[in-house]
Design a protein around this ligand. Structure first.
Ligand code: ADP
Ligand code: ADP
Length: 228
């Protein structure tokens, strides 16, 4: 069944239209990827879904409810969570503190501590570094941390912006193994931005190719593989 429906959405920054008439259909439990070069509008689409920016046109529905105009905190409470590009951790806070900061937005402290314990079972590397400051983690560990932090609000839809940026291929594999495990273990629905389709064609069910703010191609990974 359809969890997220983006219909004919455009987003402008001042006079510049960054995203034009974009439509997406994301099924419950699926993995979808938006592939496009830097500046194509990928981040803008994720921000529009997560409530960080308001479309100038179009509709967005989550679980059949209109969500345009709702605040990011409300959307987090409803089950949408964004992992922004850039691995923005709080460098002087510990791993533990970085995780708890996020959950205070929508949840009580006791619930958060339980969630964190359960969550960390999926993140053994972070568990080992629980009391270290986040600034001391490697790039891959910081990427794991921002993903874990986004999960503290118990999302059903996770939006992940360029998780592989600036990471070594082996580390990127680990990050993707983790994302796939999250879908298996928690039934998470994933919408991921990437600049190239190389890695994601292996497991993405639907791929949207974005260029200059418009979707140029949409298909199953298999269809796109045959096309290239
Ligand atoms: P991508 O994530 O694919 O790199 P973005 O969504 O970040 O693309 O950007 C799409 C276009 O919108 C780019 O031309 C970018 O410079 C512009 N843009 C992004 N954010 C802003 C902003 N806050 N203000 C003005 N222009 C922006
Ligand atoms: P991304 O591709 O993920 O958006 P960028 O490096 O393009 O990353 O953007 C980083 C930040 O700068 C974002 O907050 C974005 O909104 C903002 N930004 C990007 N392009 C512009 C622009 N042309 N004018 C103003 N802000 C911008």
């Amino acid at each position: 069944t359809e969890m997220l429906k983006v219909s004919d959405v455009s987003v402008a920054y001042g006079r510049m239209t960054a995203v034009r008439n974009v439509s997406l259909s994301i099924d419950n439990g699926s993995i979808s990827v938006i592939v496009g070069p830097n500046g194509a509008g990928k981040s803008t689409i994720l921000r529009a879904i997560a409530g960080g920016i308001k479309p100038s046109k179009g509709h967005i529905e989550f679980d059949g409810q209109t969500i345009v105009g709702r605040r990011p905190e409300d959307l987090a409470a409803s089950g949408i969570s964004l992992v922004p590009e850039g691995r923005h951790v709080f460098p002087t806070l510990t791993v533990r503190e970085n995780l708890l900061v996020a959950s205070h937005v929508v949840r009580d402290r006791a619930g958060s501590l339980n969630d964190m314990e359960r969550l960390l079972q999926l993140f053994p590397r972070l568990r080992e570094r629980f009391s270290q400051t986040a600034g001391k983690l490697s790039g891959g560990e910081q990427q794991m941390l921002v993903i874990a932090r986004a999960l503290m609000t118990r999302p059903r839809l996770l939006l992940v912006d360029e998780p592989s940026l600036g990471l070594a291929p082996k580390i990127v594999d680990e990050v993707y193994e983790l994302l796939l495990e999250l879908r298996r273990e928690r039934g998470l629905t994933l919408l991921i931005n990437e600049q190239t389709s190389k890695r994601v064609l292996k497991f993405a069910e639907t791929v949207y190719v974005l260029r200059d703010g418009s979707i140029r191609l949409k298909g199953s990974a298999q269809q796109l593989r045959l096309g290239t």
